[in-house]
Ligand binder design. Structure first.
Ligand code: ADP
Ligand code: ZN
Length: 207
C-alpha cells in the first residue's frame, strides 16, 4: 500500500508516518528530511536546497525530483509519502509511474499549526522530535535518548512558517482537491492525542 500524508505544517505528518512505518513496514519517504540529510552530507543539491528551505520557499522541483526518484526506486512493500507532492507539477511527476492508494489529510487550524511549529525542537544527533508544549525533554536542551543537544530548525521562525503555510493553501490545496475528486481522500482530525490520530488513520485505511 502506498499512502500520502498531507496537511499543514505542524499537523503531525512525520510523527504519524513513523508510527505507521514501525507497524506496517512501509517505507517513510519525507522530502524535508531527505533534503536536510543532503545538506548535512554537504552534497551540492543539499547546499542549494538549504537556501530555499531557510527562506521558507519550496525547493525547485528539479532537485526534489532527483531525491524522490532515488527514494521511490527503493520501495517494495509499500510507502508513506510525507511532504511530497506539494504542487501539481510534483503530482504529475509522481503519477507518471507511481500509484498512491490513499491520502490522509491531517486537519489542523492555522493557529494550532503556528503554535506547534514554533515550539518544536529536534535532537541534533538522533533527530528525535520534541515539542516544548507537549513533550519536553526531561532535562532542558538535552535529548532523552542519546544525550545530544536539542535545537530548533533554521526555518522554524515565524516569517518562514507563515510563508510555508501560505504556500500550503496556494499550491498544496490543489493536490488535496485532486485526490478528493479521485475518491482517495480521508480526513482525520489532527487536533487529538497522537494515539487517537494513529488509531483513526488505521481505521480509515482499513488495514
Ligand atoms: P514543513 O512541513 O514544516 O514545511 P518539511 O520538513 O516538510 O517541513 O519541509 C521543509 C522545507 O523543505 C520546505 O519549506 C521546502 O523548502 C523543502 N521541501 C520539502 N518538501 C518539498 C517539496 N516536495 N517540494 C519543494 N520543497 C520541499
Ligand atoms: Zn538524540
Amino acid at each position: 500500500m502506498n499512502i500520502l500524508l498531507i496537511g499543514i505544517q505542524g499537523c503531525g505528518k512525520g510523527t504519524q508516518a513513523k508510527l505507521l512505518e514501525e507497524r506496517f513496514g512501509w517505507k517513510h519517504i519525507t522530502t524535508g528530511n531527505l533534503l536536510r540529510e543532503n545538506f548535512e552530507n554537504k552534497t551540492e543539491l543539499g547546499i542549494i536546497a538549504k537556501k530555499f528551505m531557510d527562506a521558507g520557499e519550496l525547493v525547485p522541483d528539479k532537485y526534489v525530483f532527483q531525491i524522490v526518484e532515488d527514494a521511490l526506486a527503493k520501495v517494495d512493500e509499500g510507502s508513506i509519502l510525507d511532504g511530497f507532492p506539494r504542487n501539481m507539477e510534483q503530482l504529475r511527476f509522481l503519477e507518471k509511474n507511481f500509484t498512491i492508494d490513499k491520502v490522509i489529510l491531517l486537519d489542523l487550524s492555522d493557529e494550532k499549526a503556528i503554535e506547534r511549529v514554533s515550539s518544536r525542537r529536534n535532537c541534533i544527533d538522533c533527530k528525535k522530535d520534541y515539542n516544548l508544549l507537549y513533550h519536553k525533554p526531561k532535562v532542558e536542551g538535552i535529548c532523552d535518548v542519546c544525550g545530544g543537544k536539542i535545537v530548533q530548525r533554521d526555518d522554524d521562525y515565524e516569517d518562514a512558517i507563515k510563508k510555508r503555510i501560505e504556500k500550503f493553501y496556494k499550491e498544496t490545496s490543489e493536490v488535496i482537491t485532486y485526490f478528493n475528486e479521485e475518491g482517495k481522500l480521508i480526513r482525520v482530525n489532527a487536533d487529538d492525542p497522537i494515539d487517537t490520530i494513529q488509531a483513526n488513520i488505521i481505521k480509515a485505511l482499513d488495514v
